[in-house]
Design a protein around this ligand. Structure first.
Ligand code: FPP
Length: 257
């Protein structure tokens, strides 16, 4: 499959001991925090708090395993419909995650990028997201893409608006709008599509995550609730991915990495 663009990230490969290159780009829908908490008679906020711990473990494991890009669905455009108290909890966790973990992510050479709608966010959250991106911009380790206030359809609509503005300005002909040009106007157009998308908690749907980029991604659904996710769950999902044949619409199996 042609890559969206040739970036240093897109061309970096790290082989594992058995010669297998791990999927270059793994994306995760971190689901099941609430059910994890309910099963233990705990408040949902505790599930989210333990979800952040799972996120720390996963970032570490992904880097160690040679995954180049990890995209996480941290807050969806639709999550605003949750009760105000839960939204406050999730925003508080994001603030604390950036304040407490950013320095360590930076020390470990993690590069943070954010996708999603930035307009209309609480200004303090907006500043923290900018800070995370600015501080880590030059880092060459794992690229951690945080999908925040993100919806896949909304992202495609933003790309359409950018292209429409170019057409209105006379800089682009309508016939120049192609799948390729739409891909080049998404929130992170330089990144290769995810090879593997994992959803935890047993739910089997994409819920508006990476709708454009997931066209040829392998989907792996695991029953583990997100707070229990760890390196071995990630390894098992990757083992499942390795058993898949990726043909990208052709007849011949090809590796996506
Ligand atoms: C799904 O669980 C998870 C979320 C809505 C958000 C994921 C957030 C975190 C892991 C913590 C915050 C993230 C950062 C980057 C600080 P759910 O509440 O939908 O669970 P349920 O389906 O069992 O109710």
């Amino acid at each position: 499959m042609p890559e969206t663009a040739a970036s240093p990230v897109a061309s970096a490969h790290v082989a594992t001991g058995d010669g297998f290159e791990p999927p270059r780009h793994v994306a995760i829908i971190m689901d099941g925090n609430g059910r994890w908490a309910a099963a233990r008679g705990l408040p949902r906020s505790e599930g989210h708090r333990r979800g952040v711990e799972a996120l720390r473990r996963t970032v570490r494991a992904a880097g160690e395993m040679g995954i180049r890009i990890l995209t996480i669905f941290s807050f969806s455009a639709e999550n605003w419909s949750r009760p105000a108290s839960e939204i406050r909890d999730l925003m508080g966790l994001l603030r604390r995650f950036i304040r407490n973990d950013l320095a360590e992510l930076h020390r470990n050479s993690v590069h943070v990028r954010i996708i999603g709608e930035r307009n209309g966010l609480d200004p303090e959250i907006g500043r923290l997201l900018d800070e995370a991106e600015d501080l880590t911009r030059e880092n060459s380790g794992l690229l951690l893409v945080v999908a925040f206030n993100y919806g896949g359809r909304q992202e495609i609509a933003r790309a359409a608006q950018r292209l429409a503005a170019l057409v209105a300005a006379g800089k682009l002909a309508p016939s120049d709008i192609t799948a390729d040009s739409i891909g080049r106007h998404l929130d992170a157009p330089d990144l290769p599509d995810p090879d593997l998308i994992i959803r935890t908690s047993g739910e089997q749907r994409l819920s508006n995550f990476l709708m454009w980029q997931s066209a040829y991604s392998e989907l792996v659904f695991v029953s583990t609730y997100w707070p229990d996710f760890d390196r071995s769950t990630l390894e098992n999902a990757i083992s499942e991915y390795r058993r898949r044949e990726r043909r990208f619409g052709g007849l011949v199996a090809r590796t996506g990495s």
